[in-house]
Design a protein around this ligand. Structure first.
Ligand code: NCC
Length: 276
């Protein structure tokens, strides 16, 4: 296979990864029951047109980065799972526009998810690993984690907060592109929340700055900036093909290697600024 140029790779991502949220017309969500739970407005309508956006990984290397003010200078900020801002503003900022959570968090830590005020800020998006290129109907019958009940409970408690379910087709469209552009066989599991979040922001924003997804000089085995837990797999991947996701993001970076080294920062164009 011929190695794609950065521009070709961006076009593949733009044209083959369909970032969308589950909608009331997606069978089997087209019931009167589900219509009560799914947000009325589309994600696009809810956020409007965004200029500069930031994606903040949860990596331990954000510790002592002092990136908070820079991150908050963006029009919108996306964070992951249970990553806190309280007590960490100096390094990760305080703005949260979108929080992308996985279905494991919402089921295994359901009580915390329903109670913790951390989740009440901004727009929530949940995703769940689906079988390879499965139809929505097939995935709905056998989600990786049965998060639908927790979703409904949360919606009843916070009816005003936008909370979307990511269309699971996207994860394998993206996985195919990661596999095609890697020299090895990659894990047959969906990409991490990190890469899904990057793609979501590339569809919503003019430009996307990603922090500590490609590790800076602060790289560490500490898994998260908010915990003491050590594990190299957090940065390199185990279940997720995280190393290959990072290689792909490195190839489409429009920023400098110096920015990666000092700030862990990658700059990507929004898809509306990609011309194929
Ligand atoms: O750890 P997690 O990820 O919530 O991190 C969010 C995203 O940040 C990037 N990251 C994180 C740590 C690190 N040292 N380097 C990084 O680059 C990754 O892109 C990651 O996706 C997930 O992807 O949803 C994940 O979720 C956790 C866990 O389920 C949640 O934190 C909820 O508790 C998974 N951990 C476990 O299952 C133990 C993790 O594998 C993937």
């Amino acid at each position: 296979a011929v190695k794609l140029s950065p521009e070709q790779l961006l076009c593949q991502l733009r044209d083959r990864v369909n970032v969308s949220m589950i909608h009331g017309s997606d069978s089997p969500f087209n019931t009167s029951e589900w219509l009560r739970y799914l947000p009325e407005k589309s994600l696009n309508e809810t956020v409007g047109r965004l200029g500069r956006c930031a994606v903040v990984s949860s990596a331990g290397s954000l510790k002592s980065s002092h990136l908070g003010p820079e991150i908050d200078s963006h029009d919108a900020v996306l964070r992951f799972n249970g990553a806190p801002v309280k007590g960490f503003q100096e390094d990760v900022g305080q703005k949260t526009t979108i929080r992308l959570v996985n279905s494991q968090l919402v089921t295994v830590e359901q009580q915390q998810f329903l109670r913790d005020a951390l989740y009440n800020t901004g727009i929530l998006i949940i995703w769940d690993p689906a079988p390879y290129h499965a139809e929505i109907r097939e995935w709905y019958r056998k989600p990786d984690y049965k998060f639908f009940e927790a979703y409904k409970l949360y919606r009843v408690r916070h009816p005003e907060q936008p909370f979307y379910i990511l269309n699971p087709k996207m994860q394998w469209q993206l996985w195919d592109i990661i596999q095609e552009n890697s020299l090895e066989h990659i894990q047959p599991n969906p990409p991490s929340s990190g890469t899904l979040g990057i793609l979501i922001m590339m569809t919503l924003c003019d430009e996307v700055d990603v922090y500590e997804f490609l590790p800076s000089k602060r790289q560490t085995d500490i898994c998260h900036y908010y915990q003491k837990f050590h594990d190299r797999a957090c940065t390199m991947g185990a279940y997720h093909p995280l190393l290959f996701e990072k290689n792909l993001v490195k190839r489409i970076n429009r920023g400098t290697d110096e920015d990666i080294y000092t700030h862990g920062k990658v700059t990507l164009p929004g898809f509306r600024n990609v011309h194929c």
